[in-house]
Design a protein around this ligand. Structure first.
Ligand SMILES: Cc1ncc(COP(=O)(O)O)c(C=O)c1O
Length: 492
């Protein structure tokens, strides 16, 4: 390489035309604010057209492109086809809505481009402050440690890693087989699939996750949990953790927390709570008592991109025993060692508390939103989401054409179009067809699940933009489409 010649012509990625770049940025921001302001006038979902899919197959060129052209392409091919979870009639899976303040915060965080692995810089302290706020919101012990992660799956696998390693301090060096006893942990049949993924990735194996049957409210059966633990102990297995759900993904069920806590205490095993969205109900005084035992969880996983309405991605894990948390991950090679002064000083590197080293400044959007909106506003909207679900459940109960398929303990409603005398398989096909048409006609985008073999139209409401009339529209749409389909089957 002729390095002298290369250095004659040094370049960077900063704009050559700073004023032009500023004007473009302003335009983008103006467009986005208007877009969000009128998002309810857009269809909740548009099927991505062939033209768009073809466009997104073009090859990358060696030379740079005109940024105005790229922005025009974004507006034509990308922006009109969002997933829809910014729309008031979106209730699929459990996907949050985001907010404008968080858009600004993400922009600021992206400009700072802080990496939160290590160092004495503001982002590290912002994250600690957000974690402290999370602890106080959930009445979790002040001395607990925590980490901001990409979401609930990462928070759960991180919690289970700590639980696994806490069961035997040799595991980090010797591996999971060191005790000679198979490690096993427990969760209800309704637990999220990320627990099974964690079991597989952590070397426990999917069979090591004992899925405990549920009662008619979709809560873990404590009698069967106890039986399973006894059976495992007899087989010389090593039970290391029980995962309690606060808000199951299918129906929002809350497992019997206090009983699970006591069983964990009795057997000296880790008490982990997956409260991906449900943990945030703790903000409401009316859930304080029923979620009391959550305060004593050894680890508590939850998302901020669900029921705290932050844009993707941001989740959180809190851990009662800071030392055990650190013991599971701490590793500081020379190039990551902390110093007394200078940039490598500052808080304990976050790399000591999780799998990831480089992490973005996700905490900033939480820092802005929590303060700008205030906890009272969050309480109001979380309560509103639950009330909307009770309203929807009432509409379903009062309809001659619909039936509820599960209780509504939180913010999830599962129901279906019913046809007296129709067999279950045909009903399942019918309801699946109704769901797909609801999406295609852009009436609304609920999602789906199977409960006791029955296909359910499922509304998971973590949407701060939904209003009562949006649920009226959903019910009208389901009934209309269901009746149209029935009329087509039985003409006249
Ligand atoms: C109960 C529960 N746990 C875990 C997860 C996984 O969270 P994430 O999608 O943020 O990884 C979800 C997602 O909906 C969930 O509902």
């Amino acid at each position: 390489m002729d390095w002298k010649a290369v250095l004659e012509n040094e370049v960077s990625l900063d704009p050559e035309d700073w004023e032009g770049a500023k004007a473009r940025g302003r335009q983008m921001l103006d467009d986005l604010v208007e877009y969000l302001r009128h998002i309810g006038d857009e269809p909740v979902w548009r099927q991505p057209p062939r033209e768009m899919k073809d466009f997104l197959h073009h090859t990358l060129q060696d030379s740079g492109q005109d940024p105005d052209l790229l922005y025009a392409q974004f507006k034509k091919y990308i922006l009109p086809y969002p997933k829809g979870n910014i729309h008031p009639r979106f209730w699929s899976w459990v996907q949050g809505t985001g907010s404008l303040t968080a858009v600004y915060a993400d922009m600021l965080a992206s400009a700072m481009n802080s990496n939160l692995a290590i160092g004495d810089h503001a982002a590290m302290y912002v994250e600690q402050q957000v974690l402290d706020w999370c602890k106080s919101m959930l009445a979790y012990p002040k001395e607990a440690s925590g980490i901001i992660l990409s979401g609930g799956s990462m928070a759960n696998i991180t919690g289970l890693t700590i639980a696994r390693n806490a069961s035997d301090e040799r595991i980090r060096s010797e591996g999971v087989g060191i005790s000679g006893k198979p490690l096993v942990f427990y969760a209800s049949e309704e637990t999220h699939s990320c627990q099974q993924k964690a079991a597989e990735v952590l070397g426990i194996g999917s069979k090591g996750l004992r899925k405990i049957p549920v009662d008619d409210q979709y809560r873990m059966r404590i009698d069967l949990l106890e039986k399973q633990i006894e059976a495992d102990l007899k087989k010389d297995c090593l039970p290391f953790c029980i995962v309690a759900n606060v808000g199951t993904v299918n129906t929002g069920a809350i497992d019997p927390l206090e009983e699970i806590r006591q069983i964990c205490h009795h057997h000296k095993i880790w008490f982990h709570v997956d409260g991906a969205f449900g943990a945030l109900a703790k903000l409401l005084p009316e859930y304080q008592d029923s979620l009391k035992a959550m305060e004593q969880a050894d680890s508590l996983a939850f998302d901020l991109h669900k029921w705290m309405y932050l844009p993707y991605e941001i989740g959180c894990l809190l851990v009662k025993d800071r030392q055990k948390h650190r013991d599971a991950f701490a590793l500081q090679p020379h190039y990551l060692s902390s110093h007394e002064r200078g940039l490598p000083a500052g808080p304990d590197p976050v790399g000591n508390y999780g799998l990831e080293l480089s992490r973005g400044f996700k905490a900033l959007k939480a820092w802005f939103c929590f303060q700008e909106y205030g906890l009272d506003k969050y309480r109001q909207i979380i309560r509103q989401n639950i009330a909307q679900c009770l309203y929807l459940a009432d509409l379903v109960r009062n309809s001659d054409f619909l039936e509820l398929l599960a209780p509504v303990p939180l913010n999830i409603v599962c129901f279906r179009f019913k046809v007296p005398g129709m067999d279950e398989e045909a009903l399942n096909r019918l309801n699946k067809e109704i769901l797909m048409r609801l999406h295609e006609e852009a009436v609304a985008t609920p999602s789906y699940t199977i409960l006791k073999g029955r296909y359910a139209i499922r509304v998971a409401n973590v949407n701060h933009r939904s209003k009562k009339h949006d649920f009226d529209a959903l019910v009208e749409g389901v009934v209309r489409i269901g009746r149209e389909l029935m009329a087509a089957i039985k003409p006249g």
